[in-house]
Design a protein. Structure first.
Length: 142
């Protein structure tokens, strides 16, 4: 009887980079898309006025919501105007590119919005944006 000899080849396993790179790009796209949807999570739902010529702004310091009953919200917390202006003034001193996006409800009082803008301007905040609803897209005009 003849014996068979098994020959072992000492080859290193090949590392395939293409699937690994594909997975890294997939993870990157997932995290980018998921963080884009998290930007307006902490805001009060309001019906914004419609504007056709608005531009999208992704970065802002504060998102202030003005309801039609005159109540003010900083992100999702009810605040009075004095506390809101004080917080904005402190942030504005720390960061020169600080801005405030005002999300005034469609039926909100014009006087309330102007008073808020005037008080913020008096506190040293110089960059403002007014949020609008641009049809299907949500835009913010600055």
């Amino acid at each position: 009887m003849k014996r068979r000899r098994y020959v072992t080849h000492d080859e290193e396993p090949k590392l395939m980079l293409s699937p690994m790179i594909d997975m890294m790009f997939l993870c990157l796209v997932f995290f980018i898309v998921s963080t884009m949807y998290m930007s307006d999570v902490r805001t009060i739902p309001v019906r914004l006025p419609v504007a056709e010529n608005s531009e999208s702004v992704s970065k802002s310091g504060f998102s202030v919501t003005v309801k039609k009953d005159g109540s003010l919200y900083l992100d999702d917390k009810v605040m009075n105007m004095d506390a809101l202006v004080t917080n904005a003034a402190l942030q504005s001193r720390k960061d020169p590119s600080f801005s405030v996006i005002i999300r005034a409800e469609d039926d909100a009082s014009y006087k309330t919005v102007i008073t808020l803008l005037d008080r913020l301007k008096g506190a040293g905040v110089t960059r403002f944006g007014l949020a609008t609803d641009a049809g299907d897209d949500h835009g913010q005009t600055t």
